[in-house]
Design a binder for this molecule. Structure first.
Ligand code: ADP
Length: 231
C-alpha cells in the first residue's frame, strides 16, 4: 500500500493535514487487512534544529551530519514498515527533490505506489505561525527562568496559534528562512512527484475530503496504477 509523502514550507500546516489524512484513512481501511503508519520528525524525536545551517560554516555545509542523520532515521523508519499491506504517511518538510526521488524508488522496490501531498500556504502565513511559536517558547523560557506563575496564560494571548493549544517546537528565524529558500517545489511532470495532490491552508473540510477521496482513488482504488519493476 502507498507511501504518501507530504511536502510544504516549514509551519505551513503539514502536521495538521497529516493528522486529518490519518483520521480519514483510519475510517477508510477499518475492517480490512491494511495497516496505517504516521511517521514524522516528532514521532522520531527529530528536533527542528537539525535543519539549521545558520550555525554551520559555509565550507562544511555539505557535511551537515545532523540533517543527514535525521534523513537516515526517517528512511529507516519508512523502510521498516512499507509493504503491500501498510500505508505510510510521511509528514515532514521533504523539500529536496532528490530525497523524494529516493523515497519513490524505495516504494517501487516493494511494488507499492507513492504519491505527494503538497501543503500550499503563503510564506507570510507560515511565517506568522512560526513567529507565534517563537513568542510562546520565549515566554515559556522566561517564565521558567523567573519561576513566574500563569505565564502560559500571558503567552496564550500572543496569537491564534496558542489559543489552539499548539505546543510544537519553533524554528529559529534564520533556519526557517533558509528552509523556505531551499524548498524545492514538487513537479508533477516527474515520476517521483506524481501523482501530486494539493491542499491549501484555506481549504475547508469538504474540499479536503474531496482531495483525500481522489488520493485514495489514485493509490488504492480501481484507478490504482500497477507497479512494474521497470517503470
Ligand atoms: P507544520 O506541520 O507545517 O509545522 P502544523 O500543522 O503544526 O504545521 O500547523 C501549524 C499551526 O497552524 C498549528 O497551530 C495549526 O493548528 C495551525 N493550522 C494548520 N493548518 C491550518 C489551517 N488550514 N487553518 C487554520 N489553522 C491551521
Amino acid at each position: 500500500m502507498p507511501l504518501i509523502i507530504l511536502t510544504g514550507l516549514p509551519t505551513s500546516g503539514k502536521s495538521t493535514r497529516a493528522k486529518q489524512l490519518h483520521d480519514y484513512l483510519t475510517a477508510r481501511i477499518a475492517g480490512t487487512k491494511y495497516r496505517l503508519h504516521l511517521i514524522s520528525d516528532d514521532s522520531l524525536s527529530i528536533s527542528r534544529s537539525v535543519y539549521d545551517l545558520s550555525t554551520v560554516p559555509v565550507h562544511t555545509r555539505s557535511a551537515n551530519a545532523s540533517e543527514k542523520d535525521a534523513r537516515a532515521a526517517i528512511y529507516g523508519a519508512v523502510k521498516r514498515v512499507l509493504s503491500d499491506k501498510d500505508i505510510v504517511i510521511l509528514d515532514g518538510l521533504n523539500y529536496i527533490k532528490g530525497w523524494r526521488y529516493q523515497l519513490h524508488c524505495e516504494a517501487k522496490a516493494v511494488r507499492t505506489p507513492s504519491c505527494i501531498l503538497q501543503i500550499g500556504c503563503t510564506k507570510e502565513r507560515a511565517q506568522q505561525v512560526n513567529e507565534a511559536r517563537l513568542k510562546r517558547s520565549q515566554a515559556a523560557a522566561s517564565a521558567s527562568a523567573s519561576g513566574q506563575e500563569g505565564a502560559d496564560d500571558a503567552s496564550g494571548q500572543e496569537g491564534a496559534d496558542d489559543a489552539s493549544g499548539d505546543t510544537a517546537e519553533p524554528y529559529e528565524p534564520a533556519n526557517w528562512e533558509n528552509l523556505v529558500f531551499r524548498h524545492e517545489e514538487p513537479n508533477p511532470m516527474t515520476r517521483w512527484d506524481s501523482p501530486l495532490f494539493t491542499i491549501i491552508w484555506e481549504d475547508d473540510e469538504e474540499q479536503v475530503k474531496r482531495t483525500f477521496d481522489s488520493l485514495w482513488e489514485a493509490i488504492a482504488g480501481d484507478g490504482r496504477k500497477i507497479i512494474k519493476p521497470n517503470q
